[in-house]
Design a protein around this ligand. Structure first.
Ligand code: PHE
Length: 446
């Protein structure tokens, strides 16, 4: 059986952007920005995307295309070592963990999307969220979201993922631009924009390590790094691509959509709520932003139409990411255990149905998985991939980096390898250590 591949270069780029653009951009990014000083966070986040995100993305692409395998198979084959294979397998497990909470949030959004038609939450947005977020209703919508995800993955690389993301991505951008144009021109939007865009150096000085940690975690999450998504997607690529070029485009588009989402969310919050004093500002848990936004929609003319558009965008964005999570373990079972795509997808959907339901029934578990556990696993995973590329692949990685049609970026290969060997993993391991210490209740940062 020949291995699947992308039909077109654009198809690959859109699928990868589809993976990157998701709840990370429209839900977690504005939320983290609100919690970490607005513009101060934005600046650090953009710097980390550039300095760590882009080289990290390229490292995953190099592993994927060179091996033409899922993360576990890739690291094993390229090194011949079972221990490296285990590092890849860790990514496969992380994907299942990620999907187990992502699908619950996806279910919330699906529900908000549907309820926007009927006006279900317009009576009392806060109470509404509280009545659907956990428990049996949440299980039901998690299962529905997981079902949609599985259907696309079932279709395969070309007819499922590529076709779906080719429609979803332009739709997301068009809707977000329209929403941003509307939101930024509302009275009171200025306050939101200045919170978002005016650089606050004093805040950054006072909270440097907190901002750094949050920005680093967010940068990995938003670029889908540290799990092996980008390894898997690049494994369906041929040699005619220049990875450096594609990687840069993907990072730019993803960041663009994240920043654009900020132009929708902040003006809207400030215009309606006046200032960020609600649950969104105090970091009142994972639902804070939805409560505030749903509240905002109830207060404006045509709110229902806007809500349908807004939650519709988020459903699409979440789906194009969740399929990229499910594809990792599916590719693993197909490549390494010779399962049919159908059987693999069914088995994994069954597993995530259970693990996701556990999250949907237990808020404390959900919180732990969605924040702490995911941050730790992504950071550890990406550090592992970087050390692998830097020290095991070495010069071969530069060769892979430079394969494909010529472009200026290719000459950066050696510099890229140097950073992948040294400062980047050190930075990630440092972040990991600080996070682990924090988890153990030790604060070294005062
Ligand atoms: N990048 C996705 C988002 O922003 C989340 C994701 C993480 C997807 C890791 C795949 C792998 O929502």
């Amino acid at each position: 059986m020949t291995r699947e591949s992308w039909r077109t270069r654009l198809g690959f780029i859109l699928a990868a952007v589809g993976s990157a653009v998701g709840l990370g951009n429209v839900w977690r990014f504005p939320w983290m920005t609100a919690e970490n000083g607005g513009s101060a966070f934005l600046v650090v986040y953009l710097a980390i995307i550039l300095l760590i995100g882009v080289p990290g993305l390229l490292a995953e692409f190099v592993i994927g295309r060179r091996s033409q395998r899922n993360p576990a198979g890739a690291l094993f084959r390229l090194s011949g070592s079972k221990s490296w294979g285990a590092v890849g397998l860790f990514g496969v497990v992380t994907a299942v963990v990620l999907l187990s909470f992502y699908s619950v949030v996806g279910g919330w959004i699906l529900r908000y999307f549907l309820a926007s038609f009927t006006g279900g939450y317009f009576g009392s947005p806060g109470a509404y969220f509280g009545s659907i977020n956990f428990g049996l209703p949440a299980v039901g919508f998690h299962v529905a979201f997981l079902g949609l995800t599985s259907l696309v993955v079932l279709g395969g690389v070309r007819d499922g993922i590529e076709k779906a993301t080719k429609v979803m991505m332009p739709a997301i951008v068009v809707l977000l631009v329209a929403l941003a144009a509307w939101a930024t021109t509302r009275t009171g939007a200025d306050a939101g924009l200045s919170f978002y865009l005016d650089f606050d150096a004093a805040y950054l000085r006072a909270n440097f390590f907190d901002v750094l940690g949050a920005a680093a975690g967010q940068a990995l999450f938003t670029l889908s790094l540290g799990v092996g998504t980008m390894i898997t997607y690049a494994s369906y690529l041929g040699d005619d691509h220049n990875l450096a070029f594609d990687g840069s485009i993907i990072a730019v588009l993803n960041t663009g959509v994240g920043v654009l989402a900020g132009f929708v969310v902040f003006p809207l919050l400030f215009a309606t709520v006046g200032e960020l004093t609600g649950p969104a500002a105090s970091g009142g848990g994972p639902g804070a932003l939805f409560v505030s936004l749903a509240g905002a929609f109830t207060q404006v003319p045509f709110g229902q139409v806007l809500a349908i558009a807004f939650f519709g965008v988020i459903v699409l964005a979440a789906l194009s990411s969740s399929i990229s999570m499910l594809e990792i373990p599916v590719a693993y079972l197909v490549d390494e255990h010779d399962l049919e795509r159908r059987t693999a997808t069914g088995a994994l959907a069954g597993l995530v149905l259970l693990t996701g339901s556990a999250n949907a029934l237990n808020p404390a578990l959900f919180d732990f998985v969605a924040s702490t556990l995911v941050d730790l696993m992504l950071t550890a995973g990406l550090a592992g991939f970087l050390v692998f590329v830097g020290w095991v692949l070495g010069k071969d990685a530069v060769a892979e980096f430079s394969t494909g049609a010529g472009s200026r970026v290719q000459s950066l290969g050696p510099a890229w390898l140097w950073s992948v060997r040294t400062i980047l993993p050190l930075f990630l391991l440092g972040t990991l250590a600080v996070n682990l210490l924090a988890l153990a209740g030790v604060s070294i940062l005062g």
